[in-house]
Design a protein around this ligand. Structure first.
Ligand code: GTP
Ligand code: MG
Length: 394
């Protein structure tokens, strides 16, 4: 998705690049990056001087307004334009930027790469992340601070404001991992429960061998998968582990121990149980927890959010499956037929708190420092002053 003047045959001294960071398609927001020595030219064409903070401006061309965009500075020679995500808007903006840089041809190459990103597939993982980030950017910390000021005036408590600020700080610390596709999900459970079948279905092609011989998986295998929940989409690392059981087979013992050690770096555990092998499928979560305790996984389940997935539900009559786990973190699936996999993905997003994180503003390091000061403030006057600071900082 990058086109650089430096890529051209007669490379000029300047190497300004335009990149459409959000994937091709209609989204709520599109992000276009302009970086290089001439980036400032583009920004100066809409804002009188280079803004140091995110600034809203209208971009005019051909006697009309193309769009209202948020100019987000990213470094001395790097800016992002956040616009509405329509295809036409992005195309017009890219043409306008190229024209402003004095090179209309550049637009064609940039748009071509945007429409056909296959060549840049390694970037896709982060592009989805950027799309998430772009969605979250819309609600800036300034709006949040203004809202909190109003709440306080309406009788809201200072401790509520501080609690929310703490949540924002924690969420922003999780964000890089979410955006970078670095979240790890482990499939754990008894042999033959269908872990590898689930991994293969999720991935869309075989990642592990499956068979009805218990102990088929002799390794822990990791792959990048997509997770969908409504409009949200992200990537994560999915690990298929060897089914846990008592065994004298040394190789299998090693595989089980290796799978267990990966759980230390896991953010979500999916405990896959074969519903035909448990005494009461309606108490799936409890049954899964008991199995985990018997296999020494109690500590891991205390530390990491986990979902109970009752697999092979195609083998039971629907009546046997009515009534889902009360806490909502159980799901019936059939890895063979693909049933329940969408719900499972939604639950993964839910335990990672992705919808909440995206409902809150993304904060940069300067806002982080302000929020930390706010959390530490002792008097309500102090708190209001910190809120005002955040409200005007965008
Ligand atoms: N009917 C039905 N069979 C399934 C389903 N999922 C898996 N199976 C079958 O169950 C058997 C075990 O599946 P695997 O995916 O190899 O199970 P596993 O948990 O990876 O097993 P280990 O690697 O031995 O720990 C295979 O014969 C699968 O075809 C399902 O949803 N429905
Ligand atoms: Mg397996």
């Amino acid at each position: 998705m990058t086109w650089s003047k430096a890529d051209g045959k007669a490379a000029p001294a300047s190497s300004t690049t335009i990149r459409v960071l959000t994937p091709h398609g209609v989204g709520a927001i599109a992000v276009i990056e302009i970086s290089g020595a001439d980036a400032g030219k583009v920004i100066k064409a809409v804002a009188s001087d280079s803004p140091r903070l995110a600034t809203l401006r209208s971009i005019h061309a051909d006697g009309g307004v193309i769009d209202e965009v948020l100019i987000v500075p990213r470094g001395p020679d790097c800016f992002e334009l956040h616009s509405h995500g329509g295809l036409l808007v992005v195309e017009k903006l890219v043409r306008w930027i190229a024209h402003t840089l004095g090179d209309d041809d550049m637009a064609h190459a940039v748009l071509d790469k945007w429409r056909h990103p296959e060549a840049d597939l390694p970037q896709v993982e982060t592009l989805w992340g950027l799309r998430m980030l772009a969605q979250a950017h819309r609600r800036g910390p300034a709006d949040w601070a203004r809202q909190q000021m109003q709440n306080l005036e309406g009788g809201g408590s200072a401790s509520d404001v501080k609690q929310q600020a703490q949540w924002l700080l924690a969420a922003s610390a999780d964000l890089p991992r979410l955006l970078g596709g670095q979240v790890r999900i482990a499939l754990v459970g008894p042999p033959n429960a269908g872990k590898s079948s689930l991994a293969n279905f999720w991935l869309g092609h075989p990642m592990s061998v499956t068979s009805d011989i218990p102990g088929t998986t002799r390794d822990w295998v990791e792959q990048t998968v997509r997770i969908h929940a409504g409009e949200l989409e992200m990537t994560a690392r999915l690990t298929d582990t060897a089914g846990m059981r008592q065994t004298t087979d040394e190789l299998e013992q090693l595989a089980i121990a290796g799978g267990l050690s990966t759980l230390c770096q896991t953010q979500v555990i999916v405990l896959v149980m074969d519903v035909t092998q448990i005494s009461n499928p309606q108490h799936l979560r409890l049954e899964a927890w008991r199995w985990a305790r018997e296999h020494g996984l109690e500590n891991q389940l205390d530390r990491v959010p986990w979902i109970a997935a009752g697999n092979k539900c195609d083998l039971l009559p629907p009546m046997a499956l009515s009534g889902e786990g009360a806490d909502g973190l159980s799901v019936w699936i059939s890895a063979r037929h693909g049933m329940g996999i969408t719900t499972l993905q939604e639950k993964v997003m839910q335990v990672l708190a992705v919808p909440e994180i995206l409902r809150h503003p993304v904060i940069d390091s300067a806002q982080r420092a302000r929020l930390e000061r706010l959390v530490l403030s002792r008097h309500s006057d102090d708190l209001r002053m910190r809120l005002r600071e955040i409200a005007v900082a965008i």
